[in-house]
Design a protein around this ligand. Structure first.
Ligand SMILES: Cc1cc2nc3c(=O)[nH]c(=O)nc-3n(C[C@H](O)[C@H](O)[C@H](O)COP(=O)(O)O)c2cc1C
Length: 311
């Protein structure tokens, strides 16, 4: 399926390792997300532990277009990983992770470490371009490693053949510090870019979405943490709603629950409890709802509690 960057309110779900699992992606996709991305997959793991890693590539039937994100620092290994992905149907694009700040990844020369070596980053993007049989190639990056270099990043990414660039408005050194988010730097990138720019970082409300679009003039936005416990944010943005009605929230929660049971079987109930705790936050009587949910493993009983509590 084609990604139309001229579409108003084009929305991406950010990859959040440990959070954006298949059931979550399936639900947000049904309620407003245009593009979903897999959790980061190490190109090494894909090659050397292919069976286990391939499970991470599984997607929901409604996830089109579906982008798989890989990380790595070696052209040879990236090439091998791409060749493996080429044999898997249903993947519409490959995204190269150039933003991960985690020491384990950075010390290996991958993720945001690539922002210290733009020629290498270029070679890796070109390697994917050369060998991938997928429709799309994209890059997800921070603004720099320590210094902000958004314009340099755009140039490297577009000259190497990527179709779009997602920019998280922080450097690696900024970690996730709230006061460090810099949408002006994303706007600088957008100004010089000839490929679409997807703005990312701290978008957690309709208001914030509008503000970020206004400042950055980005072609699309990507939302991660703002959707955790709040997956209706996409529905809210798409429909320009100040408040999402409780009925819609209930519908989304029930769909998430059904999807968890489908994917995880009986285990889905216990995994879903933590989601219900978050979803009930801020509602009256939330603590007694949580108590009741904690005391049963029966999915039908829990469904009844959800119907009643969010009814
Ligand atoms: C727990 C967690 C896991 C993440 N996993 C990934 C990942 O696998 N790949 C990636 O490119 N970014 C990852 N990120 C970064 C997010 O995709 C996103 O760029 C960042 O959280 C800022 O956007 P947000 O404020 O909308 O969450 C992760 C962030 C968090 C907090």
């Amino acid at each position: 399926m084609k990604i139309d960057f001229s579409k108003k309110d084009l929305l991406f779900l950010a990859p959040l390792a440990g959070y954006t699992d298949l059931p979550f992606r399936q639900v947000v996709k049904n309620f407003g997300v245009d593009v979903t991305v897999s959790e980061m997959i190490s190109s090494n793991a894909l090659i050397y532990n292919s069976k286990k890693t391939k499970r991470m590539l599984l997607k929901a039937p409604n996830e089109t277009p579906y982008i798989v994100q890989i990380a790595g620092n070696s052209e040879e290994i990236i090439k091998e990983a791409v060749l493996i992905l080429n044999d898997i149907d249903g993947i519409d694009g490959i995204d190269l992770n150039c933003g991960c700040p985690v020491p384990k990844v950075v010390n290996h020369g991958s993720g945001s470490a690539l922002l210290k070596d733009l020629p290498k980053m270029a070679r890796l993007i070109e390697t994917i371009k050369k060998h991938s049989n997928k429709r799309y190639l994209s890059v997800k990056s921070r603004l720099g490693f320590e210094e902000k270099i958004p314009k340099e990043i755009v140039k490297v990414v577009e000259q190497s053949g990527a179709d779009w660039l997602t920019l998280h408005g922080r450097t690696r050194a900024d970690k996730y510090k709230p006061d460090r988010i810099d949408y002006d730097a994303i706007a600088d990138a957008k100004q010089v870019a000839s490929i679409p720019i997807v703005a990312n970082g701290d978008i957690n409300s309709l208001q914030k979405y509008k503000e970020v679009k206004e400042i950055t003039k980005a072609d699309a936005v990507m939302i991660g943490r703002g959707a955790v416990g709040n997956p209706w944010i996409f529905y809210q943005i798409k429909n320009n709603l100040e408040v999402v009605k409780k009925d819609k929230i209930k519908e989304i929660i029930l769909e998430h629950f059904n999807s968890m049971l489908e994917v995880y079987g009986d285990l889905g109930v216990s995994i879903f409890r933590k989601h219900l705790h978050t979803y009930s936050k801020g509602f009256a009587e939330a603590s007694s709802f949580r108590d009741r949910v904690n005391r049963t493993d029966d999915s039908e009983v829990i469904r009844g509690y959800i119907e009643e509590f969010f009814g």
